[in-house]
Design a protein around this ligand. Structure first.
Ligand code: NAD
Length: 362
């Protein structure tokens, strides 16, 4: 199979972690007989330095021409970098917002996995973390409260702010379909999270999710109120497979789920549109404090590349192989400095990439 992948190395540790992910993808291609065509584009600070803007139209066209985009991270030190003296629409993050919009990426996926070997980093009680967990938060990314009409007015000398939370049934249906499709590739359970006891938008959400569920009789559906979900994530995270939810609830719950894993350098993510196309990136930032030192953890980016194989290319066996290699390397006791613990061997970013390449088997 031919895989056309556009890469955005970006800023800070971005180029280092993307280099390791490419090494792993190249080994996958060699083992399974695929051909990868890469194209690198600039975005964020790297693009500002060359073109004066965080994203050019040519870069967007290159991203659109690919089957999928693999990104490192963008941005610099927000207090010292000259990029942050620029007006907001010319700063690095504006590039990311523009590309998400240009590619119509409405579904954000963030897995939160607790690896047995990293259970010590989990802030939950040992009897909870001992069960492990492997969930995926599917968040609607382009609608809801963050995109509704908003204004601040003054009435009789009192300031009043208004935000509106709007969803139409098509916006809900397309993300629900993605959620059920992805659950079929996992343990076949969807927990749809809403606040249907209060909000009309949640009542519509629940109704449309139930309509979509009729086409997926093999996937179990449950509904959960968002406040209960926030509690259950720390009380019994092992119960979750796919959590499907709207933009603001997903923003909060995905951060909570990430933090209970305790390991920022391990967290992958994907943003998808209604085709197979997706943008895959680690959940962490560009870590300017450790850039260029070859000590960053490349695993979040490598796991993002595995998500790309699974969701954009339907190469599930290849994705399984990458995830198995990650588990094997952790089991053998190799760690980058961010996840280092007693009795383990500390390795560099590039060494971690090499080890994963060596442990990849068909
Ligand atoms: P950050 O995630 O970059 O770093 C937070 C801390 O975690 C730092 O101490 C860093 O060294 C560490 N860390 C992060 N990733 C690591 C890895 N792979 N291996 C080892 N340690 C790692 O968050 P921040 O410092 O708040 O932001 C830095 C820059 O990144 C800012 O410009 C911010 O806007 C940007 N950012 C970009 C994205 C993105 O591109 N999607 C996301 C978040 C932040």
């Amino acid at each position: 199979m031919e895989l056309k992948i556009t890469c955005i190395p970006g800023d800070g540790i971005g180029p280092e972690i993307v280099r390791e992910a490419k090494k792993v993808l190249d080994k996958v291609a060699q083992l399974y007989g695929h051909e990868i065509k890469y194209k690198d584009i600039l975005m964020g600070g790297a693009s500002i330095d060359v073109h004066g803007v965080p994203l050019t139209e040519e870069a967007v066209a290159d991203a659109k021409a690919a089957d999928a985009v693999l990104m490192g991270s963008i941005g610099g030190d927000t207090t010292t970098s000259p990029w942050y003296q620029l007006p907001p629409n010319l700063r690095p993050e504006a590039g990311l917002l523009s590309i998400r919009k240009a590619l119509n990426l409405f579904a954000n996926l963030r897995p939160a996995v607790l690896y047995e070997e990293l259970a010590d980093a989990c802030p939950l009680k040992a009897e909870i973390s001992a069960k492990g967990f492997d969930m995926l938060i599917m968040r609607e990314l382009t609608g809801g409260l963050y995109f509704g009409e908003r204004k601040t007015v003054e009435e009789n000398g009192i300031r009043k702010a208004i935000d509106t939370l709007t969803y139409d049934e098509n916006e809900i249906r397309r993300i629900a379909i993605k959620g059920f499709d992805i659950a079929r590739k996992r343990r076949k359970k969807v927990t749809s999270v809403d606040k249907a006891n209060v909000l009309d938008s949640s009542r519509l959400w629940r109704a449309v999710v139930e309509e979509v569920a009729k086409d997926y009789p093999d996937v179990a559906l449950e509904h959960m109120l968002v406040d209960n979900c926030a509690m259950q994530l720390v009380k019994d995270p092992a119960q979750f497979d796919v959590i499907l939810t709207e933009n603001m609830f997903g923003d909060i719950l995905s951060d909570e789920a990430s933090m209970v894993t305790g390991s920022i350098g391990m967290l992958s993510s994907a943003s998808l549109n209604d085709t197979k196309f997706g943008l895959y990136e680690p959940s962490h930032g560009s870590a300017p404090d450790i850039a260029g030192k070859d000590i960053a953890n490349p695993i979040a980016t490598i796991l993002s590349a595995a998500m790309m194989l699974r969701y954009s290319f339907d190469l599930d066996k290849e994705a399984d192989a990458v995830e198995a290699a990650v588990k094997e390397v952790l089991r053998e006791g190799y760690r980058t400095s961010d996840i280092m613990s007693e009795g383990c061997e500390e390795v560099s970013c590039s060494k971690m990439g090499d080890l994963l390449v060596e442990r990849l088997h068909k």
